[in-house]
Every structure is written in structure tokens, then in C-alpha cells.
Design a protein around this ligand. Structure first.
Ligand SMILES: *Cc1c(COP(=O)(O)O)cnc(C)c1O
Length: 237
């Protein structure tokens, strides 16, 4: 068994335990494997261990991997999520190659993605990234601007709004982590109460996925616990 396969198994067990504690069905939590900074072979190892859904932060790097993996076996497509900060000059690459974008935080970029999504592809599946804790260096729409943005995004023809994503500042302890995630869950429930039909709450990473599952996350984005630690990265393009 490869290290990646063993790690994946452990993460799946961790999700199952967290779901059990929260009285939830483990099938309601999707594991997104965050392969940023790792090469196509790491993705192939995860794929061999049954993983189908992958996340990338850096557009160029992600597109290279998507193309490599697609040429391996076009009949067995993986699902790719863009989870990193979005720049206008990269939106076309995102619209043409990814299946999902989780980091939409302004209408302008959503409009570009919709215009640039090729007709031959399914609509781009979208989450709005919310900044609930005011982390200064964080992308994400402020809670007070979320409703207007969500209304704008649902009106775009080539996007399908699926839910919310958030990356809170790291805090220590299960309850503190869960309380921040619950703020995002409340925003999610509020949008659904207003008639949106969101099914995806993307919360939780290697260090806080247990608290995220307790708060109602339906998708955890896990990098290091699967692929190992990453080298520090200087630029973020
Ligand atoms: C890197 C990253 C992750 C994965 O983080 P780990 O701590 O490696 O699990 C999840 N979500 C986003 C937005 C990220 O940038």
C-alpha cells in the first residue's frame, strides 16, 4: 500500500468517525483531495485508491494536471475544483478546464466565468467563498454582501450555484473551530430559507475537518493529511 493510499484510508475513517459522533451519514460528506504543489503521479496514486474528486489552488498548475490526467484515460474523468483566489486574467482557463469553482467572491468574476464557460461543457458548478471572521488577508465576500452576490450568481446562465465555501483563520480547539463553521452554516441555511437550493457546504481542512463535520459540512477539502506536508510557496499565481 502506498503512503497516499494509507493516508486516504485514514482520512476516510476520520470522516466516518466524525459523522458518527454528529449523527450524520458519512455518504453526505464528500472528500475533496487537495493536490496543490503535488505532481500528477500523486494524483494517480490517489486515483488508484478510489479518489475521484480533486482540488487545486493555482490555476496554471491545476490545468496542467487536469490535461495530463485526462490524457491517461478520457473515459474515466476526474472532477476538478478550483479552490484558490481568482484573478480576472485566469478566469478563461478556469472556465475551460475546471468542473467547479469554490472561490467566487465577486460578481465581476462570476460574470466572466459564465461568459467564458464553453457551450460544449456542463454549467460550471460554483460555491461562493464567505469571509465570516474578517481575516484581513483572506478572500471571500463579507456576510452582509452575500445575499446580493448569491442573487447575482443564480442569474448567470452558464453557472450553477451549489453552495458556500469558507477558510476561517486557524483557531485552536474543537469548539472554537466549530463555532466559526456554524456561522457559515447559518448563512447557508438562511439562503435556503430564502428559496435558494444550495446543497454544498464546503468547510474543513486537514486540521479542522472534525469540527467542520460537526457543524454540517458536506465537503471537506483535505491536502496535507493525504499527500503530506507542502513546501512553503512564495507566489500564489
Ligand atoms: C490548501 C487548501 C486546503 C487544504 O489544506 P490542508 O491543510 O492541506 O488540508 C483546503 N482549502 C483551501 C482553500 C486551501 O487553500
Amino acid at each position: 500500500m502506498t503512503t497516499i493510499e494509507a493516508n486516504l484510508q485514514q482520512v476516510r475513517e476520520r470522516i466516518a468517525r466524525s459523522c458518527q459522533r454528529a449523527g450524520r451519514d458519512a455518504r453526505d460528506v464528500t472528500l475533496l483531495a487537495v493536490s496543490k504543489t503535488f505532481d500528477a503521479d500523486a494524483v494517480r496514486q490517489a486515483q488508484a485508491a478510489g479518489q475521484r474528486v480533486f482540488g487545486e489552488n493555482y490555476v496554471q498548475e491545476g490545468v496542467e494536471k487536469i490535461q495530463l490526467l485526462r490524457s491517461d484515460d478520457p473515459s474515466n474523468p476526474l472532477e476538478w475544483h478550483c479552490i484558490g483566489p481568482l484573478q480576472s486574467n485566469k478566469s478563461r482557463l478556469v472556465a475551460e478546464h475546471f468542473d467547479w469553482v469554490q472561490s467566487v467572491d465577486r460578481l465581476k468574476i462570476a460574470q466572466r466565468l459564465s461568459e467564458q464557460r464553453p457551450e460544449r461543457l456542463a454549467p460550471l458548478q460554483v460555491c461562493i467563498q464567505v469571509n465570516v471572521d474578517g481575516g484581513a488577508n483572506k478572500s471571500g465576500v463579507a456576510p452582509g454582501e452575500l445575499l446580493a452576490l448569491a442573487q447575482g450568481v443564480v442569474g448567470l446562465p452558464r453557472l450553477r450555484l451549489r453552495g458556500l465555501m469558507s477558510v476561517p483563520e486557524p483557531v485552536v480547539g474543537f469548539e472554537a473551530q466549530r463555532d466559526v463553521f456554524l456561522q457559515v452554516k447559518a448563512l447557508f441555511d438562511d439562503l435556503n430559507a430564502r428559496g435558494f437550493s444550495l446543497d454544498t457546504l464546503s468547510l474543513g481542512m486537514s486540521d479542522d475537518l472534525d469540527a467542520a463535520v460537526a457543524a454540517g459540512s458536506t465537503m471537506v477539502r483535505v491536502g496535507r493529511a493525504i499527500f503530506g506536508s507542502r513546501p512553503a510557496r512564495v507566489s500564489s499565481a
